[in-house]
Design a binder for this molecule. Sequence first.
Ligand SMILES: NC(=O)c1ccc[n+]([C@@H]2O[C@H](COP(=O)([O-])OP(=O)(O)OC[C@H]3O[C@@H](n4cnc5c(N)ncnc54)[C@H](O)[C@@H]3O)[C@@H](O)[C@H]2O)c1
Length: 446
Amino acid sequence: MKVTVFGIGYVGLVQAAVLAEVGHEVVCVDVDQNKVDNLEKGIIPIYEPGLTPLVTSNFEQGRVTFTTNAERGVKHGEIIFIAVGTPPDEDGSADLKYVQAVAATIATHMQTHKIIINKSTVPVGTADKVIETVSSTLSKLNKEVTFDVVSNPEFLKEGAAVNDCMRPDRIILGTESKHAEKKLRELYSPFNRNHDKIIVMDVRSAELTKYAANCMLATKISFMNEMANLAELMGADIENVRKGIGSDPRIGYQFIYPGCGYGGSCFPKDVQALVRSATGVGYTAKILEAVEAVNYRQKEKLFDYIMDHYKGDLKGKTIALWGLSFKPNTDDMREASSRVLMEKLWEQGAAVQAYDPEAMEETQRIYGSRSDLKLMGTKEATLSGASCLVICTEWQAFRAPDFNLIKEQVSDAVIFDGRNLFEPSLISEYGLHYYAIGRGMSVKGL
Ligand SMILES: NC(=O)c1ccc[n+]([C@@H]2O[C@H](COP(=O)([O-])OP(=O)(O)OC[C@H]3O[C@@H](n4cnc5c(N)ncnc54)[C@H](O)[C@@H]3O)[C@@H](O)[C@H]2O)c1
């Protein structure tokens, strides 16, 4: 089938590559000329496992192409995805200007029936707004062309995006159009062979499903972080509590890890956006407000431990930092806990020596060159001259470090672990102090 994807980001690029891989002909349109030029040279703008070979092989075989020419894109696709960003507005609500700009562009160039798909995460009612934009643009241009607008939210996880798109848990289609449903069933049939994963519903329910899913996951994390904070104050160990509650199948083990807060491009903005949407319909979303507030506080947790340990005096200290991306297997730094920590450390006059397996270039892009940030080539290189070690991201490569080396090189022999990677008893055998999230007062300052 002929497909066009507007927006070559985490969602658009992965979806395009996966659709091309099963044989569809995909044109990707972006406003970023540099991104398009790079992709044509085989330079992939993001780190995502398995993505580079998928994009390059499909590009070489002509099944996926990249352009800034919107007219070409609109002409090509009978199915057109909108996969542009929906960042938070000043008040936290989702900013739809990029979605609406694409809707107007599609209307400007379309000559035949199009199925327009909202793949971006958009508030309930956005499909109606897109219909309005397309209709009013068409009528301004005196054009009579039919179209469908479908909500088909994306559930991929960064770090596992290719696999998630290849083997989706579910494919939500928000549409009442039989034509659009038939076409999209055909489009997704290669991903729907094992059992029927397609759930068709009305557009508004589809739009809300995406927010409900992300808000549920964020709620699990903030709930666990609240329990961790209580465990700490009450002398309990959250890791025991986690195992104890996860064993109940109604709760389950997934997504109940305590830590230094959630980040990324989705949970923070989607929780905020649903809170604002709720206000818009006269409802106070109290659980979601609390989820956001708990997370905000949790992102300061490591800094609080560090300040506590050093009695508020960080001036002139060098901190070794492992993990910059908001989670493992991505280079995405949006809303990463590491950023909150680094910025607070810098405010106190401390310097950071950091390492991340994938996110160093992105860190450099965000912060530029500054004397209080050194990006090191290996995790071991961060330790030399550092007072303490802090872990912000649970990359596999950090799970079994050389504790003897840490003890030897880190002058105060202390680890602040925002992801609870180690057993406190093991760390103490190496003569290291260990702070972890919610592991009881006894863990501190062994
Ligand atoms: N990143 C994720 O893990 C994820 C998962 C599920 C859903 N989503 C949602 O998908 C949407 C996209 O997220 P992302 O992370 O891929 O964003 P992104 O910021 O990585 O990419 C967006 C792309 O859209 C392009 N763009 C902006 N305006 C455009 C226009 N008028 N025409 C063509 N291209 C344009 C930008 O240049 C950029 O390349 C968001 O709504 C997000 O909430 C993201």
